[in-house]
Design a protein. Structure first.
Length: 136
């Protein structure tokens, strides 16, 4: 029963990282740079489900592992703005490749996933309490 807490906790940690990356992406969505290489690139987490079979026990535990964070390979948005102080010699500025609509969808999904893991924890806790009360 305690592995439920580990599984839900790993899910909450993963979704917390996802929410932090969404916040970082949204806060840098309107950043401007003078070159494509310096433009902010959207960052996304990479998750993997890890399934471990316990050899001596007849149980399996699964948890979410964060493999890392990757930057988007999409090109930054190039905009012609010759009067901008950060414009290059050709008059172009480079904006981040963050899609705010996509990030908002990611935020809602991560928030709901986090909330679902909290519900799993609460349900497991209530089941344990009810089990203990049966012994009284």
């Amino acid at each position: 029963m305690t592995s439920i807490f580990d599984i839900a906790g790993s899910g909450m940690n993963a979704q917390s990282l996802r929410l932090n990356l969404v916040a970082s992406n949204i806060s840098n969505a309107n950043s401007v740079s003078s070159s494509a290489a310096e433009a902010y690139k959207s960052r996304q987490p990479v998750f993997a489900a890890e399934l471990k079979n316990a050899m001596n026990q007849h149980t399996a535990t699964s948890k979410v592992n964060v493999l890392g964070v990757v930057e988007s390979l999409d090109a930054p948005v190039m905009e012609y703005s010759p009067g901008h102080p950060m414009a290059d010699k050709d008059g172009y500025i480079f904006k981040s490749n963050v899609n705010t609509v996509e990030e908002m969808a990611n935020m809602m999904s991560a928030s709901r996933s986090y909330q679902n893991n909290v519900e799993v924890l609460n349900t497991a806790k209530q089941m344990m309490l009810q089990t203990l009360k049966m012994g009284q």
